[in-house]
Design a protein around this ligand. Structure first.
Ligand SMILES: [Zn+2]
Ligand SMILES: [Zn+2]
Length: 260
């Protein structure tokens, strides 16, 4: 069975673990090695089962812990050439890098990982879907706008891990300077609660089991507001809505294959 867990999510560090009975992969690591190890252990995961790290983009909250993890566990790191060229210095030397182009399909230990471009203020940002044993997880993290490509890629996934970064009214009233507000709101910024809801509403289907909202702003959003809106957007559907938090892991979610 495919399983997944957000070990942390937010502007201070993101990490998504996706596991199968044969091993696991990590998408992004903005957590320290100790935090990653501790949080994985809390939910019954072992980082020694990791086979590879996939990076979405070079912002510190997604890569700051990737280098130390790759070195300690001898893991290959998958990323676009644009992301590699802009990695922050703190990442350090990597034992093995696998470069790919947005749109490529990557295969690691029975996982099929499909990459696709997203709009965000980074060099060459991507997001991913992960397939294993007939189950699919779709991730949409750090994107300013849900393009048709994003919608097409996420369609049919039984689990959706979606950014629901800010409430537009709270951002407007916040202490953030206008230029920063504009950056967050822009097509290369982050998805708002209403953006996430309209994406979600267009993706609801019978086999959708889990929606996990990620990258919730601590200043310009609340978990309660984001989850309330998402539940409303998928009303009538069977799916559970969960929130990923900055300071601890979500439960581990299991995805049974969809009967053909
Ligand atoms: Zn981020
Ligand atoms: Zn980012």
């Amino acid at each position: 069975m495919l399983r997944f867990c957000l070990l942390g999510s937010g502007s201070a560090g993101n990490a998504l673990l996706v596991g199968s009975p044969d091993g696991s992969i990590l998408i992004d690591n903005g957590l320290s090695f100790r935090q990653l190890q501790r949080r994985a252990a809390t939910v019954g995961e072992n980082i020694e089962d990791l086979r590879a790290v996939f990076i979405t983009h070079e912002h510190g909250d997604h890569v700051n812990g990737a280098g130390i993890l790759a070195r300690k566990c001898g893991l290959p790191v998958y990323m676009t050439a644009g992301t590699r060229a802009r990695l922050p210095r703190v990442v350090g030397a990597l034992p093995r890098v696998v470069e790919f182009e947005a749109g490529d399909t990557l295969r690691v230990d029975g996982f099929r990982v499909d990459s696709f471009s997203v709009t965000h203020d980074a060099a060459d940002p991507v997001s991913y879907t992960v397939d294993w044993g007939g189950a699919r997880l779709g991730l949409a993290a750090d994107l300013g706008h849900a393009s048709n490509v994003v919608r097409a890629k996420l369609r049919g996934a039984q689990a959706l891990v979606l950014e629901s970064n800010y409430c537009p009214e709270m951002l407007h009233r916040s202490s953030y300077p206008p230029a920063i507000q504009q950056r967050i709101r822009g097509r290369h910024g982050h998805l708002s609660n209403p953006d996430a809801c309209s994406l979600l509403a267009s993706l609801v289907h019978e086999a959708l089991r889990y929606v996990v909202l990620i990258h919730i702003s601590e200043e310009n959003n609340t978990p309660e507001l984001a989850s309330h809106m998402a539940r409303h957007a998928i009303r009538g559907a069977q799916a559970e809505v969960h929130i990923a938090r900055q300071n601890g892991p979500t439960p581990v979610f299991n995805l049974a294959p969809v009967p053909a």
